[in-house]
Design a protein around this ligand. Structure first.
Ligand code: ACO
Length: 201
């Protein structure tokens, strides 16, 4: 049974997974007015400044994804939400009138989608036969908007995903990255292990 924490978000059918899986202390570690939460069914405002998909564009080409296609993919992930955990950091200071009190570390108003998504990441929990039916967490698609980099948001995304992996019983959490991101992941507590291989169809 995964550990649960007090959350500024209510459990909702529109959130990918139970927000109580995100440690409360991670909310407090963010800049004032920023919140970390599960991906929401309505985070697909395609190509708007607040969109989850827009945030992912710092990684690679996202492509044209219709609203229906987004919601279908969201539904698949939600139907497997003991396996797929995608989180976002939302800046609720934007627009300021909707942000509640920006002086506390967590805004009063915590309705998903009122602010601007500035960072995202995923952990996929793989179920193995080896290691006595062990679980391995795979961190994927870490993205911080260009104008928000350097504020420790990437670090907080990784800390949150590691905590989710740990609370689900993963015996290790692994990821692939480019050489230039090695120092960032070392700061996040990772070390070099093995070699990444790829085959593109
Ligand atoms: N080289 C050296 N140190 C770095 C780098 C880097 N490229 N990036 C961050 N750091 C350091 C920071 O200086 C900071 O160190 P400090 O604690 O001593 O001050 C620490 O790492 C944490 O940095 P953050 O501020 O949390 O980093 P940021 O929020 O900018 O996120 C990230 C880093 C995710 C790499 C971001 O720059 C980004 O989105 N880049 C483009 C997309 C990308 O490359 N994503 C990762 C793909 S790999 C994957 O998804 C598994």
């Amino acid at each position: 049974m995964a550990q649960k924490f007090k959350s500024p978000f209510k459990k909702s059918k529109d959130l990918l997974f139970d927000p109580a899986l995100i440690p409360e202390e991670l909310q407090h570690s963010l800049p004032p007015g920023y919140v970390v939460r599960p991906l929401c069914r309505t985070d697909n405002q395609v190509r708007s400044n607040t969109s989850f998909l827009k945030t992912l564009e710092v990684l690679t080409t996202v492509g044209e994804i219709s609203e229906d296609a987004f919601r279908n993919r969201f539904q698949y992930l939600q139907d497997h939400n003991d396996e797929y955990f995608t989180i976002v950091i939302e800046d609720m200071n934007v627009p300021a009138t909707l942000a509640g009190s920006a002086t506390s570390s967590i805004p009063n108003l915590v309705t998903p989608g009122r602010g601007k998504i500035v960072a995202a990441g995923t952990i996929v929990v793989e179920r193995k036969f080896i290691r006595g039916l062990g679980l391995v967490g795979h961190i994927e698609d870490i993205a911080v908007s260009g104008d928000q980099q350097g504020k420790k948001l990437g670090l907080r995304i990784i800390e949150t995903l590691k905590a989710i992996g740990k609370t689900h019983g993963c015996y290790k959490v692994i990821l692939d990255c480019s050489e230039k991101n090695v120092p960032f992941y070392e700061k996040c507590g990772f070390e070099r292990k093995g070699v990444e291989m790829g085959w593109y169809v």
